[in-house]
Design a protein around this ligand. Sequence first.
Ligand SMILES: [Zn+2]
Length: 338
Amino acid sequence: MAKATKKTAVTTTKKAAEKKKATTTKKATETKKAAETKKATAAKKATETKKAAETKKATAAKKAAETKKTQAATKAVTAKEKEQGKKKTSDQTDISIEERLMALFELQSCDSDIDKIKILRGELPLEVQDLEDEIAGLETRINNFNDEVNSLETAISNKKNEIKSAEILIKKYEEQQMNVRNNREFDSLSKEIEFQTLEIELCEKRIREFTVQLKEKNEVIEESKSVLEERNGDLDNKKSELDEIIADTQKEEELLVKKLNGIKTKIDPRLLTAYQRIRMNARNGLAVVTVQRDACGGCFNKIPPQRQLDIKSRKKIIVCEYCGRILVDDDITQDIAV
Ligand SMILES: [Zn+2]
């Protein structure tokens, strides 16, 4: 019994040893495999890292190149702008404040002359426009009413045709009544005749209604036509009046506009915008005024003597502290004429 147990134990031990060996082998294999895999992975990783590094390097290089390029471009633009700015500044400094004030005064004179021409034309251009609009409206109205008249006439003639058909039917039924076989047929035909007679009456009623509407529409058309004739007469008068004024002033205006555009090129855009803004807000369209009898020529408020001296020196653009108009000394008129 003990022997058997021992044998069993030996067997067990042997078995265990075998198992252990197998396990160890398996483990070793696994470890080896793992090592290989690890190695492979490491190699792969290294390759990838290398690749990534290369890519990164390339990207960085590319980026650097681009940045350099951009910087160069910016530098070039800046240089160009600087140059332009220099040029602009030198252009602007070439025009002294005094010259700018003179240009502004000339600009104002031109604008005022053009304003005078526009005042002479007065409301005429607007009146002509209004008349043209009214005439177009009247013509549309007449056309619409004509369309309505046409459709009413068509409706009346349709109703007349319906009456004719009903009369034909009645005649037919009356003839049939002569040859009926019984009372029932006779009565049935009588009902048909009655129905058609009612139809005729209804048509006649509609025709009367349409005729009334037709008359009303025709009256409106006649009225509109006489108004249209009147307005056309007015338009002809206003137009010839306007044409006459335009003919008298057109050449003058064209010359003034040409002169105006010439002066505008002498004034820098910012100053020009300021001038136009003041002019738009000022009564009489005056943005540049002279000092007259110690007062602003625009709003007639007194100007202190020191301020008048500053204006006379023409070293600065001075605006009226009350109305905001640009002030120039009265002598500028003669200086421009020279
Ligand atoms: Zn003023």
